[in-house]
Design a protein around this ligand. Structure first.
Ligand SMILES: [Zn+2]
Length: 189
């Protein structure tokens, strides 16, 4: 007979559940675990039901549903778990400080995606320069914006954080000589 703890599950199940969550990679960065990206906030196992509390990196990110499905499938494959529920928590807020240093290095090396530190500094993943300039909040995906490194002249992608508008503000931009205006982005002065 397997010994059980107070919640009625075999010891080690919780650890296996965490391991299953860690096996899920971010769809945008297929070799970076969502645990290394700091998405996992809590794991609760009650009997054969696991509840996984995740915090979104950027709540507009369309990959969230895919991540939840992957977590559910991975955890429900753990022996002793019959059902997994995934909750997206609104607090604490995700910040780039939650990304492990090895994951940050992999993002820089494999994807030339840089993580904005909480003090706002950006380090170029190509040359290590610190003069990276925000260029556009419209990146290749909604979760990334585009910056530019004047040192090595490479475009750099920046992982977005909720509320992160970089140094940009939304303004009306006059196009050409017409009176037509469009919504655009302009560097804040
Ligand atoms: Zn550079």
């Amino acid at each position: 007979m397997t010994p059980q703890n107070a919640q009625g599950q075999a010891p080690g199940v919780e650890r296996d559940v965490v391991r299953a969550v860690a096996s899920v990679n971010d769809p945008e960065y297929p070799d970076v675990s969502i645990v290394d990206l700091g998405l996992l906030e809590r794991v609760t196992v009650t009997g054969s039901v696991a509840t996984i509390g995740l915090i979104p990196t950027f709540s507009g990110c369309p990959a969230l549903q895919m991540i939840a499905d992957d977590v559910r499938n991975a955890v429900e494959a753990v022996p002793g778990i019959e059902r997994c529920e995934v909750e997206w928590l609104s607090a604490p807020a995700w910040s780039t400080d939650r990304i492990s240093s090895s994951a940050a290095r992999r993002l820089a090396d494999d994807y030339t995606v840089v993580v904005r530190r909480s003090d706002g500094e950006l380090t170029c993943p190509v040359c290590g320069g610190h003069a990276v300039v925000d260029q556009s909040m419209a990146g290749p995906t909604r979760c990334r914006s585009v910056a530019w490194c004047p040192d090595c002249r490479n475009p750099i992608e920046v992982m977005r954080v909720d509320g992160d508008t970089g140094a940009w503000t939304s303004v009306e931009v006059r196009v050409g000589r017409s009176d037509e205006t469009r919504q655009g982005l302009e560097m804040a002065r």
